[in-house]
Design a protein around this ligand. Structure first.
Ligand code: GRF
Length: 241
């Protein structure tokens, strides 16, 4: 089943994940969805500037706990898919209910480890290092009533290396976030991936297989190729749905 979604994004920070979504839906994923509104709890969030530069309507959320107001704003924008891209406030229950199966979040670790209340930003990567974990990564998941506990759409591994600091690790994970997130949002936007009534994620990314795996796929070096398609091929091979 193919559909085209109207996507709203909430972001509290610089918005680099928002930027890759903007680029993806202005380019290769144009037929799968359109970003119609970007909101932030912070008036000075870089994400709002990025949206404005792309000609996308924006808003500041004055009362992040007021679900009626937020649902009304999202409905007024015509949004039918809500994406959290580094949004630091808890999304109120009424919004979670209104966007059941249509609400996605990205988390810079392999959930259910290193998630939950208080686990955001550098705290996550500090905890990963403190535990001596050797693998971390990215999780994209549907959002439910509990922080970081909803059904998982996709994950991607990133190695922890000797000498890592939280900031170095965050940068490596962020590079993988930028690869995985647009693919997941597009798959849900197009209806290729759905949340079932059984609370399980159904569907798959129908992408041909490629066996090459350059280092940028694991965040080990900055990606200068812009080769999202090659990443998607690996994702489909390693983590099929
Ligand atoms: C990302 O690491 C995201 O996973 C987390 O917050 C960070 C936001 O970064 N939830 P940016 O604003 O997208 O650059």
């Amino acid at each position: 089943m193919h559909r085209r979604s109207r996507i709203a994004v909430l972001a509290s920070g610089g918005g680099s994940n928002l930027q890759v979504l903007i680029d993806h839906f202005a380019g290769p994923a144009q037929s799968m969805g359109e970003i119609v509104w970007v909101g932030s709890d912070r008036a000075d969030a870089g994400a709002l500037t990025r949206a404005q530069q792309a000609g996308i309507a924006t808003g500041v959320i004055d009362a992040p706990r007021d679900s009626e107001a937020l649902v009304a704003t999202l409905r007024a924008a015509g949004a039918d898919l809500l994406v959290l891209a580094g949004y630091l406030k808890l999304v109120p229950e009424g919004v979670v209910r209104a966007f059941h199966g249509r609400l996605l979040n990205i988390h810079p670790a392999l959930l259910p480890a290193f998630g939950g209340p208080g686990m955001y930003g550098l705290r996550i990567h500090t905890a990963v290092l403190d535990h001596g974990a050797t693998i971390t990564g990215v999780t994209v998941h549907f959002v439910d009533e509990q922080f970081d506990r909803g059904p998982i759409v996709a994950q991607w591994p990133v190695p922890v290396l000797p000498g890592d600091t939280p900031a170095l690790l965050a940068a490596r994970v962020l590079r993988a976030e930028h690869r995985l997130f647009p693919l997941c949002v597009a798959a849900v936007a197009s209806g290729a991936i759905v949340l079932g009534d059984d609370r399980r994620v159904h569907g798959h990314l129908d992408i041909p297989v490629d066996v090459a795996a350059p280092a940028w796929r694991f965040g080990l070096e900055p990606d200068t190729t812009g080769d999202l398609q090659a990443f998607a091929q690996d994702a489909a091979r390693l983590f099929p749905r």
